[in-house]
Design a protein around this ligand. Structure first.
Ligand SMILES: Cc1ncc(C[n+]2csc(CCOP(=O)(O)OP(=O)(O)O)c2C)c(N)n1
Ligand code: SF4
Ligand SMILES: [Mg+2]
Length: 322
């Protein structure tokens, strides 16, 4: 418990777990770091998908949380591929299920950012180009966390990691834009700090076919230097400061912004040990990056953004899910 919380207050994670409105597919007693919202996020995603789901989980915190068979914490079948092969494994599972006539069984990937932004990106890009029929959830904790917090291409600029002790020199790769540029049916960001929005997006992804991608921000208690009850608070601040805007992109074209920017980035940075070494210029530079990213997103989500597309312009290439 945080010292400022009253003793009788429910732990934020317990409160978010209590908000589950379907039977849990992820049981208690798993191996996540206490207080981490990786498990909480997966629990809500899987509950929204339901029991007729097969999971693909590459090496990551989520693989540790799922645990080895026969001691899995998940109530659904799990296939653990190599770190680079999640999207190929999901493609193959989808085709095998289709061959068995199980077209309604969902295939979901639960992968980390290292396995998505870096090591599995070629594989995910190929699957997206074929519009393979699965839901890909990136549990983005902005680093290779279960191996000791090394930087990934999702780590933001200036953040400390075990392999960037003076702060990362380059910026965070924009996975949503990369996937949206593939023209897949659905790409969205979501957060366990905004559960109703998260559940709605999983439900939306579930009703579509083809490659659907959800990016969930997972503040890593250890890797980000957070107190063990600050995971949800950090997730909410990421959204409220615009560091992690909630938005959706359909067919690579239609942008919908689902969150507002109500606080300065400094509130989010102050919570985290990984930014403790920053000077004022670096803090200002990060705020400027957020401002630019927000302005670009707001312009894409503006109602008249698609108005310029002439009805006579060539129709996008017709694609059906494999
Ligand atoms: C090709 C390859 N390189 C390195 C590893 C070792 N490894 C296992 S898990 C992992 C970290 C994965 O990071 P991420 O995907 O971000 O998941 P997280 O642990 O942060 O949840 C690494 C480097 C591996 N399994 N395969
Ligand atoms: S290493 Fe970080 S992201 Fe992984 S389970 Fe622990 S707190 Fe969560
Ligand atoms: Mg990671």
């Amino acid at each position: 418990m945080h010292p400022t919380q009253p003793m009788h207050a429910m732990h934020p994670i317990a409160a978010a777990n209590a908000a589950l409105d379907a039977p849990p597919m992820l049981c208690a007693g798993h191996a996540a770091c206490p207080g981490c919202i990786d498990a909480l996020s997966a629990r809500h995603v899987l509950a929204a998908l339901g029991p007729d789901t097969v999971a693909v989980i590459p090496p990551s915190c989520m693989a540790i949380i799922a645990g080895p068979q026969p001691y899995s914490s998940l109530k659904i079948p799990v296939y653990q591929p190599t770190l680079e092969a999640s999207a190929a494994a999901a493609s193959g599972l989808r085709r095998a299920l289709n061959a068995q006539g199980r077209r309604d069984t969902q295939v979901v990937v639960l992968a980390g950012d290292g396995g998505t932004y870096d090591i599995g990106l070629q594989c995910l890009s190929s699957a997206a180009e074929r519009n393979e029929d699965f839901i890909y959830v990136c549990l983005d904790n902005e680093g290779y966390m279960n191996t000791g917090a090394q930087k990934s291409s999702s780590t933001p600029q200036h953040a400390w990691t075990g392999s960037t002790p003076a702060g990362k020199q380059t910026g965070k790769k924009n996975l949503v834009e990369i996937m949206a540029a593939h023209g897949v049916p659905y790409v969205a960001t979501a957060s366990a700090g905004h559960l109703a929005d998260l559940r709605r997006k999983v439900a939306r992804a579930r009703e579509l076919r083809g490659t659907r991608v959800l990016v969930l921000l997972i503040p890593c208690l250890d890797g980000w230097g957070l107190a063990d009850d600050m995971g949800l608070a950090a997730a909410r601040l990421a959204v409220e400061t615009g560091a992690f805007p909630l938005y959706e992109v359909e067919d690579g074209l239609r942008y919908t912004l689902n969150s507002q920017r109500t606080r300065p980035l400094a509130d989010y940075l102050a919570l985290q040990g990984r930014y403790r070494h920053l000077d004022a210029a670096e803090r200002a530079a990060l705020q400027e990056q957020v401002n630019l990213g927000w302005a670009r997103l707001a312009r894409r989500a503006a109602p008249d953004t698609l108005a310029d597309l002439s009805p006579t312009s060539p129709a996008p290439q017709e694609r059906t899910p494999c």
